[in-house]
Ligand binder design. Structure first.
Ligand code: NAD
Ligand code: LMR
Length: 317
């Protein structure tokens, strides 16, 4: 049930001038739950803010340029981070590590200083590693609260719902697919066994498409980047869940990448999580799996462990 006294939420988007940042900021500007939207980027944030500020919704928008990061994140409830470079064809998400690791570290350090209680959603890839980097950065600043740091893996769920709905000729709104693990290739584990109508071949094809859906977009954009519009939609979905929980709604759950013991061999893992006023309220047990999904999980863990280790090593340097 929605709480009757909904609290309006202040949100900062870091990387707001980019392919994800702009449509995500547009969706947030349109949201009736957002009272203040701070858009920050090293390029172009004042222009994005001026543009958004003419939209006739009640929220206020403020743009912040490179010297104004502290102000951009000060006093906000939720920080969404899509800052960093996207893939080009032939690249893996891990190929982005060298550029994006320090961007996420520096932005997390600024949040730690100016808004230590804010909830952070990291979009910048490789998410499997950038979330551990943010965690170590927040630890160094003495403000790490694992309930408040998330890797946004919602696009995998959005894709899974779309592709499964197409296969079953149903509406995506009637389809709920748990997607666990991480956010890249074989670390993405969609659990499709609940759909008994799907044949073995369909499950294999859908699993592959969900795991490698990002590549489809990278290929189609042919050097112009990766998913931006579907990612903005997914990040807005994520933000909506967080905001509903901040406003006191009970039973808000989604699969998201957090510090976790759900899969004991990975310190960070995406699994169903119940949200509350302080972020993660409860990490729910992994959904039931069949032997095919267990085999996927084994592969996931192999890759994810290395990604997490790499992130922690960078974050603790
Ligand atoms: P983009 O290049 O269009 O935009 C990135 C923006 O970040 C640019 O405006 C740039 O100026 C800004 N930026 C760079 N360094 C910054 C810094 N230090 N502080 C603030 N802003 C900074 O890229 P995009 O398509 O928006 O993708 C952004 C990131 O999101 C990429 O790393 C991409 O791989 C990732 N991504 C993740 C998911 C996911 O599912 N989690 C999905 C799609 C893309
Ligand atoms: C995605 O899944 O679309 C993103 O992680 C971007 C990418 O590099 O594929």
């Amino acid at each position: 049930m929605r709480a009757s006294q909904a609290r309006l939420v202040k949100v900062a988007v870091l990387g707001a001038g980019g392919g994800i940042g702009q449509p995500l900021s547009l969706l947030l500007k349109h949201s009736k739950d957002v009272t203040q939207l701070n858009v920050y980027d090293v390029h172009g944030a004042p222009g994005v803010a001026a543009d958004l500020s003419h939209i006739c919704t009640p929220s206020k928008v403020q743009g912040y340029g490179p010297e104004e990061l502290a102000k951009a994140v000060s006093g906000v409830d939720l920080v969404l981070i899509p800052a960093g470079v996207p893939r080009k064809p032939g690249m893996t998400r891990d190929d982005l590590f060298n550029t994006n690791a320090s961007i996420v570290r520096d932005l997390s350090a600024a949040v730690a200083k100016s808004s230590p209680k804010a909830i952070i959603g990291v979009i910048s890839n490789p998410v499997n590693s950038t979330v551990p980097i943010a965690a170590e950065t927040l630890k160094k600043a003495g403000v790490y609260d694992p309930r408040k740091l998330f890797g946004i893996t919602t696009l995998d769920i959005v894709r899974a719902r779309t592709f499964v709905a197409e296969a079953l000729k149903k509406s995506p709104s009637d389809i709920d697919v748990p997607v666990i693990g991480g956010h890249s290739g074989e670390t993405i584990v969609p659990l499709l066994s609940k759909f008994s109508e799907l044949s073995e071949e369909q499950v294999k094809a859908l699993t592959h498409r969900i795991q490698f859906g990002g590549d489809e977009v990278v290929k189609a954009k042919a050097g112009a980047g990766s998913a931006t519009l579907s990612m903005a939609y997914a990040a807005f979905e994520f933000a909506g869940h967080v905001i509903r929980a901040l406003n006191g709604e009970k039973g808000v759950t989604l699969c998201t990448y957090v510090e976790s013991k759900a899969e004991p061999s990975c310190a960070f893992f995406s699994s169903p999580v119940e949200l509350g006023k302080d972020g993660v309220e409860k990490i729910l047990p992994l959904p039931k799996r069949n032997s095919y999904e267990d085999a996927l999980l084994v592969k996931c863990v192999e890759g994810l462990q290395g990604n997490i280790k790499k992130g922690i090593a960078f974050g603790t340097k």
